[in-house]
Ligand binder design. Structure first.
Ligand SMILES: NC(=O)c1ccc[n+]([C@@H]2O[C@H](COP(=O)([O-])OP(=O)(O)OC[C@H]3O[C@@H](n4cnc5c(N)ncnc54)[C@H](OP(=O)(O)O)[C@@H]3O)[C@@H](O)[C@H]2O)c1
Length: 278
Protein backbone atom coordinates (compact mmCIF):
# COMPACT_ATOMS: atom_id res chain seq x y z
CA UNK A 1 0.00 0.00 0.00
CA UNK A 2 1.34 3.47 -0.93
CA UNK A 3 0.86 6.31 1.54
CA UNK A 4 0.89 9.96 0.49
CA UNK A 5 1.36 13.22 2.37
CA UNK A 6 0.53 16.51 0.64
CA UNK A 7 2.02 19.38 2.66
CA UNK A 8 5.20 18.64 4.57
CA UNK A 9 4.99 21.44 7.14
CA UNK A 10 4.65 20.92 10.91
CA UNK A 11 1.91 18.30 10.88
CA UNK A 12 2.79 16.58 7.60
CA UNK A 13 6.24 15.95 9.07
CA UNK A 14 4.79 14.78 12.40
CA UNK A 15 2.62 12.24 10.54
CA UNK A 16 5.52 11.18 8.32
CA UNK A 17 7.81 10.55 11.30
CA UNK A 18 5.04 8.83 13.28
CA UNK A 19 4.29 6.43 10.40
CA UNK A 20 7.96 5.55 9.90
CA UNK A 21 9.14 5.47 13.52
CA UNK A 22 6.22 3.31 14.67
CA UNK A 23 7.10 0.88 11.83
CA UNK A 24 3.55 1.33 10.54
CA UNK A 25 4.87 2.05 7.04
CA UNK A 26 8.25 1.57 5.39
CA UNK A 27 9.67 4.85 4.04
CA UNK A 28 9.85 3.28 0.56
CA UNK A 29 6.04 3.18 0.59
CA UNK A 30 5.65 6.88 1.40
CA UNK A 31 5.23 9.62 -1.23
CA UNK A 32 5.32 13.30 -0.34
CA UNK A 33 4.49 16.51 -2.16
CA UNK A 34 4.93 20.09 -0.98
CA UNK A 35 4.37 23.52 -2.53
CA UNK A 36 8.03 24.34 -1.85
CA UNK A 37 9.63 21.27 -3.44
CA UNK A 38 13.01 21.61 -1.68
CA UNK A 39 11.39 21.38 1.77
CA UNK A 40 9.90 18.00 0.88
CA UNK A 41 13.12 16.86 -0.75
CA UNK A 42 15.12 17.64 2.41
CA UNK A 43 13.11 14.96 4.25
CA UNK A 44 15.08 12.37 2.29
CA UNK A 45 18.10 13.19 4.48
CA UNK A 46 16.38 11.40 7.38
CA UNK A 47 14.32 8.98 5.28
CA UNK A 48 16.32 8.07 2.14
CA UNK A 49 13.69 5.62 0.84
CA UNK A 50 11.00 8.30 0.70
CA UNK A 51 9.69 9.41 -2.72
CA UNK A 52 9.12 13.07 -3.53
CA UNK A 53 6.57 13.79 -6.25
CA UNK A 54 6.32 17.07 -8.15
CA UNK A 55 2.53 17.34 -8.47
CA UNK A 56 -0.64 16.43 -6.61
CA UNK A 57 -1.78 14.71 -9.82
CA UNK A 58 1.16 12.31 -9.51
CA UNK A 59 0.16 11.73 -5.87
CA UNK A 60 -3.35 10.74 -7.00
CA UNK A 61 -1.89 8.34 -9.53
CA UNK A 62 0.48 6.69 -7.04
CA UNK A 63 -1.06 6.64 -3.56
CA UNK A 64 -3.75 4.48 -1.98
CA UNK A 65 -4.08 6.74 1.07
CA UNK A 66 -3.45 10.52 0.93
CA UNK A 67 -3.21 12.86 3.95
CA UNK A 68 -4.01 16.49 3.12
CA UNK A 69 -1.73 18.37 5.55
CA UNK A 70 -2.08 21.96 4.35
CA UNK A 71 -4.08 24.89 5.74
CA UNK A 72 -7.89 24.53 5.36
CA UNK A 73 -8.25 26.76 2.26
CA UNK A 74 -5.60 24.80 0.39
CA UNK A 75 -7.13 21.48 1.47
CA UNK A 76 -10.27 22.47 -0.43
CA UNK A 77 -8.45 23.57 -3.58
CA UNK A 78 -6.28 20.42 -3.57
CA UNK A 79 -9.35 18.20 -3.06
CA UNK A 80 -11.01 20.01 -5.97
CA UNK A 81 -7.91 19.45 -8.11
CA UNK A 82 -7.88 15.73 -7.21
CA UNK A 83 -11.55 15.35 -8.11
CA UNK A 84 -11.96 12.89 -10.98
CA UNK A 85 -8.46 11.48 -10.56
CA UNK A 86 -9.26 9.13 -7.65
CA UNK A 87 -11.26 5.93 -7.54
CA UNK A 88 -13.40 4.36 -4.81
CA UNK A 89 -10.52 2.18 -3.57
CA UNK A 90 -8.47 5.23 -2.53
CA UNK A 91 -8.76 7.15 0.73
CA UNK A 92 -8.26 10.90 1.26
CA UNK A 93 -7.84 12.20 4.82
CA UNK A 94 -8.25 15.79 6.03
CA UNK A 95 -6.26 16.63 9.15
CA UNK A 96 -8.05 19.83 10.08
CA UNK A 97 -11.22 20.26 12.14
CA UNK A 98 -12.89 22.83 9.88
CA UNK A 99 -12.78 20.58 6.79
CA UNK A 100 -15.30 17.86 7.58
CA UNK A 101 -15.70 14.52 5.89
CA UNK A 102 -18.88 15.98 4.42
CA UNK A 103 -16.86 18.74 2.70
CA UNK A 104 -14.45 16.17 1.25
CA UNK A 105 -17.33 13.94 0.24
CA UNK A 106 -18.90 16.76 -1.75
CA UNK A 107 -15.64 17.31 -3.63
CA UNK A 108 -14.28 13.79 -4.10
CA UNK A 109 -15.57 10.48 -5.40
CA UNK A 110 -13.22 8.35 -3.28
CA UNK A 111 -13.35 7.22 0.36
CA UNK A 112 -12.82 10.01 2.89
CA UNK A 113 -11.96 10.45 6.58
CA UNK A 114 -10.61 13.04 8.97
CA UNK A 115 -7.70 12.33 11.30
CA UNK A 116 -6.74 15.20 13.60
CA UNK A 117 -3.22 14.62 14.87
CA UNK A 118 -1.37 16.05 17.85
CA UNK A 119 2.25 17.14 18.04
CA UNK A 120 2.56 14.43 20.74
CA UNK A 121 2.20 11.79 17.98
CA UNK A 122 5.81 12.73 17.10
CA UNK A 123 6.92 10.61 20.09
CA UNK A 124 4.30 7.92 19.34
CA UNK A 125 2.04 9.15 22.15
CA UNK A 126 -1.13 11.22 22.49
CA UNK A 127 -4.45 10.96 20.69
CA UNK A 128 -5.55 11.01 17.06
CA UNK A 129 -9.19 12.04 16.51
CA UNK A 130 -10.96 10.08 13.78
CA UNK A 131 -14.16 10.77 11.85
CA UNK A 132 -15.28 8.60 8.94
CA UNK A 133 -17.58 9.40 6.03
CA UNK A 134 -20.30 7.02 4.87
CA UNK A 135 -18.15 6.28 1.78
CA UNK A 136 -15.39 4.51 3.71
CA UNK A 137 -15.39 0.71 3.72
CA UNK A 138 -15.24 -1.18 7.02
CA UNK A 139 -11.91 -2.66 5.90
CA UNK A 140 -10.35 0.77 5.25
CA UNK A 141 -11.73 2.11 8.55
CA UNK A 142 -10.10 -0.78 10.44
CA UNK A 143 -6.86 -0.36 8.54
CA UNK A 144 -6.64 3.37 9.37
CA UNK A 145 -7.58 2.82 13.02
CA UNK A 146 -5.03 0.01 13.43
CA UNK A 147 -2.31 2.15 11.80
CA UNK A 148 -3.10 5.08 14.12
CA UNK A 149 -2.88 2.70 17.09
CA UNK A 150 0.80 2.16 16.31
CA UNK A 151 1.66 5.79 17.05
CA UNK A 152 -1.28 7.12 19.13
CA UNK A 153 -4.49 6.41 20.95
CA UNK A 154 -7.11 6.75 18.18
CA UNK A 155 -10.54 8.00 19.28
CA UNK A 156 -13.58 8.22 17.01
CA UNK A 157 -15.20 11.58 17.66
CA UNK A 158 -18.70 12.94 16.94
CA UNK A 159 -18.85 15.96 14.63
CA UNK A 160 -20.46 17.93 17.49
CA UNK A 161 -17.36 17.57 19.69
CA UNK A 162 -14.65 17.76 17.04
CA UNK A 163 -13.55 21.29 17.91
CA UNK A 164 -13.45 20.91 21.67
CA UNK A 165 -11.63 17.58 21.29
CA UNK A 166 -9.08 19.25 18.99
CA UNK A 167 -8.66 22.05 21.53
CA UNK A 168 -7.75 19.46 24.16
CA UNK A 169 -5.66 17.11 21.99
CA UNK A 170 -3.99 19.37 19.42
CA UNK A 171 -4.03 22.88 20.93
CA UNK A 172 -3.51 21.47 24.44
CA UNK A 173 0.29 21.22 24.20
CA UNK A 174 0.49 24.91 23.16
CA UNK A 175 -1.88 25.97 25.98
CA UNK A 176 0.14 24.01 28.54
CA UNK A 177 3.42 25.51 27.24
CA UNK A 178 1.95 28.99 27.67
CA UNK A 179 0.78 28.22 31.22
CA UNK A 180 4.20 26.84 32.14
CA UNK A 181 5.99 29.84 30.62
CA UNK A 182 3.67 32.07 32.66
CA UNK A 183 4.56 30.03 35.75
CA UNK A 184 8.25 30.63 35.04
CA UNK A 185 7.72 34.35 34.37
CA UNK A 186 5.78 34.76 37.62
CA UNK A 187 8.57 32.98 39.52
CA UNK A 188 11.15 35.31 37.95
CA UNK A 189 9.16 38.48 38.62
CA UNK A 190 8.35 37.65 42.22
CA UNK A 191 11.69 36.16 43.32
CA UNK A 192 14.40 37.03 40.79
CA UNK A 193 15.19 33.36 40.08
CA UNK A 194 16.93 33.14 36.71
CA UNK A 195 14.93 31.99 33.66
CA UNK A 196 17.29 29.16 32.70
CA UNK A 197 17.13 27.55 36.14
CA UNK A 198 13.36 27.98 36.46
CA UNK A 199 12.80 26.55 32.95
CA UNK A 200 14.96 23.53 33.71
CA UNK A 201 13.10 22.87 36.97
CA UNK A 202 9.72 23.13 35.23
CA UNK A 203 10.66 20.95 32.25
CA UNK A 204 12.03 18.22 34.52
CA UNK A 205 8.89 18.45 36.68
CA UNK A 206 6.72 18.00 33.56
CA UNK A 207 8.60 14.88 32.42
CA UNK A 208 8.06 13.33 35.87
CA UNK A 209 4.44 14.51 35.85
CA UNK A 210 3.78 12.75 32.51
CA UNK A 211 5.34 9.55 33.83
CA UNK A 212 3.15 9.59 36.96
CA UNK A 213 0.09 9.73 34.69
CA UNK A 214 1.50 7.22 32.21
CA UNK A 215 2.22 4.67 34.92
CA UNK A 216 -1.24 5.23 36.42
CA UNK A 217 0.20 6.11 39.83
CA UNK A 218 -2.11 9.15 39.99
CA UNK A 219 -4.85 10.73 37.91
CA UNK A 220 -5.19 14.52 37.64
CA UNK A 221 -7.26 14.81 40.79
CA UNK A 222 -5.41 12.40 43.07
CA UNK A 223 -2.13 13.99 42.02
CA UNK A 224 -3.43 17.44 42.98
CA UNK A 225 -4.77 16.16 46.30
CA UNK A 226 -1.51 14.39 47.11
CA UNK A 227 0.58 17.53 46.64
CA UNK A 228 -1.88 19.94 48.24
CA UNK A 229 -1.57 18.83 51.86
CA UNK A 230 -4.12 20.35 54.22
CA UNK A 231 -3.08 23.74 55.56
CA UNK A 232 0.05 23.70 53.39
CA UNK A 233 1.70 26.20 51.09
CA UNK A 234 0.43 24.67 47.78
CA UNK A 235 -3.15 25.40 48.89
CA UNK A 236 -2.35 29.09 49.28
CA UNK A 237 -0.97 29.23 45.74
CA UNK A 238 -4.02 27.29 44.50
CA UNK A 239 -6.40 29.92 45.93
CA UNK A 240 -4.73 32.54 43.73
CA UNK A 241 -4.96 30.27 40.66
CA UNK A 242 -8.65 29.57 41.25
CA UNK A 243 -9.34 33.30 41.02
CA UNK A 244 -8.07 33.69 37.44
CA UNK A 245 -7.72 30.37 35.57
CA UNK A 246 -11.37 29.17 35.21
CA UNK A 247 -12.53 32.38 33.48
CA UNK A 248 -9.48 32.26 31.25
CA UNK A 249 -10.31 28.77 29.99
CA UNK A 250 -14.00 29.58 29.43
CA UNK A 251 -12.78 32.40 27.19
CA UNK A 252 -10.35 30.04 25.41
CA UNK A 253 -13.16 27.70 24.29
CA UNK A 254 -15.38 30.63 23.25
CA UNK A 255 -12.58 31.99 21.06
CA UNK A 256 -11.58 28.69 19.46
CA UNK A 257 -15.21 27.91 18.62
CA UNK A 258 -15.82 31.38 17.17
CA UNK A 259 -12.84 30.93 14.84
CA UNK A 260 -13.93 27.36 14.04
CA UNK A 261 -17.46 28.40 13.00
CA UNK A 262 -16.03 31.17 10.80
CA UNK A 263 -13.65 28.73 9.11
CA UNK A 264 -16.44 26.19 8.65
CA UNK A 265 -18.70 28.81 7.02
CA UNK A 266 -15.86 29.85 4.76
CA UNK A 267 -15.25 26.19 3.82
CA UNK A 268 -19.00 25.76 3.09
CA UNK A 269 -18.89 28.80 0.77
CA UNK A 270 -15.76 27.62 -1.04
CA UNK A 271 -17.11 24.09 -1.54
CA UNK A 272 -20.45 25.42 -2.83
CA UNK A 273 -18.66 27.82 -5.20
CA UNK A 274 -16.55 24.99 -6.62
CA UNK A 275 -19.58 22.70 -6.97
CA UNK A 276 -21.57 25.33 -8.91
CA UNK A 277 -18.55 25.96 -11.21
CA UNK A 278 -18.46 22.25 -12.18
N1 LIG B 1 -0.06 22.50 14.23
C1 LIG B 1 -0.77 21.59 14.88
O1 LIG B 1 -0.47 21.19 16.04
C2 LIG B 1 -1.98 20.98 14.23
C3 LIG B 1 -2.65 19.93 14.88
C4 LIG B 1 -3.74 19.33 14.23
C5 LIG B 1 -4.12 19.76 12.96
N2 LIG B 1 -3.45 20.78 12.38
C6 LIG B 1 -3.87 21.19 11.01
O2 LIG B 1 -2.83 20.81 10.15
C7 LIG B 1 -2.83 21.66 9.00
C8 LIG B 1 -1.42 22.06 8.68
O3 LIG B 1 -0.87 22.77 9.78
P1 LIG B 1 0.68 22.96 9.93
O4 LIG B 1 0.93 23.54 11.26
O5 LIG B 1 1.40 21.69 9.54
O6 LIG B 1 0.94 24.06 8.76
P2 LIG B 1 2.30 24.40 7.99
O7 LIG B 1 3.47 24.09 8.84
O8 LIG B 1 2.13 25.77 7.44
O9 LIG B 1 2.32 23.36 6.77
C9 LIG B 1 1.52 23.47 5.63
C10 LIG B 1 2.32 22.89 4.47
O10 LIG B 1 1.46 22.79 3.35
C11 LIG B 1 2.22 23.13 2.20
N3 LIG B 1 1.31 23.55 1.12
C12 LIG B 1 0.52 24.65 1.05
N4 LIG B 1 -0.18 24.66 -0.10
C13 LIG B 1 0.17 23.54 -0.77
C14 LIG B 1 -0.21 22.99 -2.03
N5 LIG B 1 -1.10 23.61 -2.81
N6 LIG B 1 0.35 21.83 -2.41
C15 LIG B 1 1.27 21.19 -1.62
N7 LIG B 1 1.67 21.67 -0.42
C16 LIG B 1 1.13 22.82 0.00
C17 LIG B 1 3.11 24.26 2.68
O11 LIG B 1 4.19 24.40 1.79
P3 LIG B 1 5.28 25.59 1.87
O12 LIG B 1 6.53 24.91 2.31
O13 LIG B 1 5.39 26.13 0.47
O14 LIG B 1 4.78 26.64 2.82
C18 LIG B 1 3.51 23.76 4.06
O15 LIG B 1 4.66 22.94 4.04
C19 LIG B 1 -3.74 22.84 9.32
O16 LIG B 1 -4.91 22.70 8.56
C20 LIG B 1 -4.03 22.71 10.81
O17 LIG B 1 -5.34 23.09 11.12
C21 LIG B 1 -2.39 21.39 12.95
Amino acid sequence: MNWGIIGTGNMGTVILNALIESNAVDDRNIYVNNRTFLKAYQLKEDHPGLHVLQTVDAMAETCDVIFLCTKPKEIISIAHRLNGQLNDKQLVISITSSISVDHLQQLLGCQTARMIPSITNRVLHGTTLLTFSSSITEEMKQMLTQTCKLFSDPVEVDEQYVRVSSDLVSCGPAFISYLLQTLIKGAQEQTGVDEKTATQLVETMMIGYGKLLEEGIYDLNSLKEKVMVKGGITGEGMKALELCVPDGFNEVFKKTHEKFYNEQNHADELVNELKTKN
